[in-house]
Design a protein around this ligand. Structure first.
Ligand code: HEM
Length: 432
C-alpha cells in the first residue's frame, strides 16, 4: 500500500474514532451516535424522521441529542419541558438575526391580529371565488392539488396585492414549479451547502429574482388614497438593509406550505367521516340556505360555523408540521445543553400526549375535545403547539384559520364530494 494512502486511512479512522468516542460532559443529554463524520445520522433521519425519533426516545428518554449535518440537535419530547423551553429567554433564535427582524415581526403580528382580520376577508373571498370559479362545475381531481391551485394565488394576491406576482398563466406555472422544488428540499437546503442541492439552489435563485422584481414593482406603484396597504407593502416600508427578497420568499413559504396542508387535511378528515360531513353540511345550509348557490362568506359569518373551526384545529393537531426550533443554553431535566445546540420540540409528540388530548389518535371534532377552548376569544388548548409557542408563535395563525375556514365553506357549499381513494393513514376512527 502506498504511504500516502496509509496516512489518509489513519486520518479518516482517527476522525471516525473521535466522533464516536469524543469525551463529553457527563451532564449532557444522551447522544444518538453515528460513525459518519459531519453527516451523522442524516440518512437514517431523512428516511423516516418520526420513526427514527420515536426509537431514539424509547432508547434514550425524553431529552436526547442527534448529530446531523454538522449540527447538534437536542430533542425535547415532553409537553411540560417543551412549554417551559418555548417560554424561556435562554432558548431563542439567533440573536443577531432576531434583532434585525424584531420590528418586522412585530408589524406582522399587529397586521394579522384578530382585530385586523376584517381587512383581509373581502380580498380573500374575492380571490377564492375567482379561482374556484375557474375549476368548473364538476370533475375528478387530487384534493391536495385542488386546494393548492386555489390557495396559492389567493394568498399571493392577498398578502402582496392584486397587481403583483406572476403576470400570466405560464409564469404562474413556472413560479409554482420552482416553489415546489424549493419546498421539497427546504429542510436540507437551509442546513446543507447548496452545492449538494443543485435543483433546490436553482429554484431558489429563480424565486429570489422573481421576488426582487415584485419588490421593484411594488415600490414603483403609487397607491391611491383609497387603497389600503397590503401586508407586504407595510413590510417594505419598514424593512431596512439587504435581504428583502429573501425575507419575502421565506414569508411566502411560511404562509403557503402549512396553510395548504392544513386546508387539505381539514377537508380530508371531514369527507372521510360521513357523519361529520353530514353535520357540517347541515350547519352550512342553516346559515346560507340550500347548497350550490353562489354565496358571500365574510369574517362574521364564520362565527356561525364553529364546527368547521374545530375541525381545522383538530386536523392541525393530528397533522402538525415537523418540529419547532430554538437555540439553547439551558439546563433541562438536569441536563446541561451546550450553547449553540439546536433545541427541537415536536408538535407530533405533544399532540399525542393523552394527558392533554385523551384518545389522542381519534379525530374528535366536536365539543368534547374543544369545549375547554374559548375559540370566540381565540384561545387554544393547553399542550396545543400547531402554531408553535412563546414569543415566536406563528403570527399568521388567525389569518390562516380564517382563510382555511372560508375555503372549506366555499368548496363544501359549491361541490358535492366523493372520495375516490382512501385518505393517507393518520387516525383510526372519528370520535363525535
Ligand atoms: C395552518 C397554517 C399555519 C401553520 C400550521 C403555521 C405554523 C407555524 C409554526 C409552527 C411556526 C413556528 C413557531 C415557533 O417557532 O414557535 C410558524 C412561524 C411563522 N409563521 Fe406560520 N403557520 C401557518 C400559517 C401562516 C401564515 C398564513 C403566515 C403569514 C401570513 C405565517 C407566518 C409565519 C411567520 C412569519 C413565522 C415566523 C415567526 C417568528 O419567527 O417569529 N404562518 N408558523
Amino acid at each position: 500500500m502506498d504511504i500516502d494512502v496509509t496516512v489518509l486511512l489513519c486520518l479518516v479512522l482517527g476522525l471516525i474514532m473521535y466522533f464516536l468516542f469524543q469525551p463529553r460532559n457527563p451532564n449532557s443529554p444522551p447522544c444518538v451516535s453515528s460513525w459518519i463524520p459531519w453527516f451523522g445520522a442524516a440518512f437514517q433521519f431523512g428516511k423516516a424522521p418520526l420513526e427514527f425519533l420515536e426509537q431514539a426516545r424509547i432508547k434514550h428518554g425524553p431529552v436526547f441529542t442527534v448529530y446531523i449535518l454538522g449540527n447538534r440537535l437536542t430533542f425535547v419530547a415532553e409537553t411540560e419541558d417543551a412549554l417551559e423551553l418555548l417560554r424561556t429567554k435562554e432558548a431563542d433564535f439567533d440573536e443577531a438575526v432576531m434583532q434585525n427582524l424584531f420590528l418586522i415581526f412585530k408589524l406582522i403580528v399587529r397586521q394579522l391580529s384578530p382585530s385586523n382580520l376584517h381587512q383581509f376577508s373581502e380580498t380573500l373571498w374575492d380571490e377564492f371565488h375567482e379561482h374556484v370559479d375557474h375549476l368548473g362545475k364538476e370533475g375528478t381531481e387530487d384534493l391536495n392539488e385542488l386546494v393548492r391551485q386555489v390557495m396559492f394565488p389567493t394568498i399571493m394576491k392577498t398578502l402582496f396585492g392584486k397587481s403583483f406576482g406572476p403576470t400570466n398563466k405560464s409564469r404562474t406555472e413556472e413560479f409554482e414549479r420552482h416553489f415546489q422544488n424549493f419546498d421539497d428540499e427546504f429542510e436540507f437546503g437551509s442546513q446543507m451547502p447548496e452545492f449538494f442541492l443543485r435543483k433546490w439552489s436553482k429554484s431558489k435563485t429563480w424565486l429570489l429574482t422573481e421576488f426582487e422584481r415584485i419588490v421593484t414593482d411594488i415600490k414603483k406603484h403609487k397607491p391611491s388614497e383609497s387603497d389600503s396597504k397590503t401586508l407586504v407593502q407595510h413590510v417594505l416600508d419598514n424593512f431596512h438593509g439587504n435581504g428583502v427578497a429573501n425575507f419575502l420568499l421565506l414569508l411566502f413559504w411560511a404562509s403557503q406550505v402549512n396553510a395548504v396542508s392544513g386546508a387539505f387535511w381539514t377537508l380530508a378528515f371531514i369527507l372521510s367521516h360521513p357523519s361529520i360531513y353530514k353535520n357540517i353540511m347541515e350547519e352550512i345550509v342553516s346559515v346560507y340556505g340550500k347548497a350550490g348557490n353562489k354565496i358571500e362568506v365574510f369574517e362574521d359569518d364564520l362565527r356561525k360555523l364553529p364546527s368547521i373551526k374545530q375541525c381545522i384545529l383538530e386536523a392541525l393537531r393530528l397533522t402538525s408540521p415537523g418540529v419547532i426550533m430554538r437555540k439553547a443554553m439551558k439546563p433541562i431535566k438536569n441536563f446541561v445543553i451546550p450553547p449553540g445546540d439546536l433545541l427541537l420540540v415536536s408538535p407530533y409528540w405533544m399532540h399525542r400526549n393523552p394527558k392533554y388530548f385523551p384518545e389522542p389518535e381519534i379525530f374528535k371534532w366536536s365539543h368534547d375535545r374543544w369545549k375547554e377552548a374559548n375559540l370566540e376569544k381565540n384561545a387554544f388548548l393547553d399542550g396545543y403547539f400547531a402554531f408553535g409557542g412563546g414569543k415566536n408563535r406563528c403570527p399568521g395563525r388567525w389569518f390562516s384559520i380564517m382563510e382555511t375556514h372560508m375555503l372549506v365553506v366555499i368548496l363544501l357549499y359549491k361541490y358535492q364530494f366523493t372520495l375516490l381513494d382512501p385518505v393517507p393513514k393518520q387516525v383510526t376512527s372519528a370520535g363525535i
